[in-house]
Design a protein around this ligand. Structure first.
Ligand code: ADP
Ligand code: MG
Length: 340
């Protein structure tokens, strides 16, 4: 069961300073899977093209060998499949599914950190594939050795092939990406407008694409030409909307529960064990940070807790973030998940 986005091909990928190593390695793997760079490990910030490149490998392998069995999953899907297999007593089918592929693409592998039994399972999946010369491609938001609570043996497996980072595109590459995107969408956009947009949005490619779409929509709605001036007006709106697009408390509860492999009811409940207390406090912290809800309202959404409990949790996590990199990394990863 692979589902590749048809747009994530090598043809649609713009190569620049920040991704040229990753791109070259991806091409090499696509042309000779099972040989060099196994596993291939891409890491870097959100929206920089990790998923795109990973899927481009899959497309290219399928183009030359349509019978290749390629499986693309996020590490969350791997985790869920594994948990369900245990629950339903279907681990044999699970093993067969994951260990019979020609190429396994696992996106956002950082989320198996802190999930012990999933790591154990992934270790065996990895070894089985690797020993049979099947290629494994992984992405992560950080270097393998920086993934919290990732077992050493997995860190060393992940680093034994090629590990390469992707850094944000420079201005020139951003302009090229916008031009490419405009071409793909059949749009004629003047160069000065493309340069203007690329100069305004310097965070990541996903935002760059969103900005282009909103500039285009703004021009159509207001019947204006696509000048830098029109782009400036459109981008003021766009930046405001991106900010107001905040998650809800139920979103936060779901995401935190999934991240820590807990139930939402654990987060709303009263159990005082550490494995639940810290995630619960993180969820409260994020509810305070990312929504407009008042402390009493947050308490209510967490199974009717007092507002002082919420405040205490908020201050505790705030302090932990300053002092302990582990909590900081978890909070950061969850924030990124919530941005999706
Ligand atoms: P990541 O997985 O690193 O968060 P994605 O692969 O999802 O990022 O990329 C975000 C968006 O930006 C996608 O629509 C992707 O096609 C596009 N993108 C990223 N890098 C490039 C690039 N170098 N050339 C063209 N499009 C890109
Ligand atoms: Mg991705």
């Amino acid at each position: 069961s692979y589902l590749l986005n048809p747009k994530y091909t090598f043809d649609n990928f713009v190569v620049g300073e920040g991704n040229k190593m990753a791109h070259a390695a991806a091409l090499a793997v696509a042309e000779g899977p099972g040989r060099d760079y196994n596993p291939l490990f891409f890491f870097g910030g959100v929206g920089l093209g990790k998923t795109h490149l990973m899927q481009a490998i899959g497309h290219e392998v399928l183009r030359t060998n349509p019978n290749a069995k390629i499986k693309y999953v996020s590490s969350e899907t791997f985790t869920n499949d594994f948990i369900n297999a245990i629950r339903k007593n279907t681990t044999d089918a699970f093993h067969k599914e994951y260990r019979s592929v020609d190429m396994l693409l696992v996106d956002d592998i950082q989320f198996i950190g802190n999930k012990q039994s999933t790591q154990e399972e992934f270790f065996h999946t990895f070894n089985e594939l690797y020993n049979n010369n099947k290629h494994i491609v992984l992405t992560s938001d950080r270097d393998a050795s920086q993934i919290p609570e990732l077992e050493d043996r997995l860190v060393s497996r992940f680093k034994q092939g090629l590990s390469t980072d992707i850094t944000p595109p420079d201005l020139e590459t951003r302009i090229a990406i916008l031009r490419n995107k405009a071409n793909v969408n059949g749009l004629q956009i003047p160069d000065d407008t493309l340069s203007y947009i690329a100069g305004q949005i310097d965070s990541n490619v996903r935002e760059l694409e969103g900005a282009l779409t909103s500039v285009q929509a703004f021009a159509v709605m207001n019947q204006e030409d696509l000048t830098p001036n029109t782009a400036a007006k459109a981008l003021r709106n766009y930046k405001r909307n991106v900010k107001s697009n905040s998650p809800s408390i139920p979103n936060i509860l779901d995401t935190v529960a999934q991240y820590f492999n807990l139930q939402v009811s654990d987060l709303k409940g009263k159990k005082r064990v550490r494995q639940i207390v810290v995630p619960r406090q993180i969820a409260m912290y994020l509810s305070r940070e990312l929504t407009d809800a008042s402390l009493p309202k947050i308490g209510q959404e967490f199974g009717g807790k007092d507002h002082t409990t919420v405040l205490h949790a908020y201050e505790k996590i705030k302090k932990d973030i300053e002092e302990k990199s582990e909590v900081e990394r978890d909070v950061d990863s969850i924030r990124r998940l919530l941005e999706k």
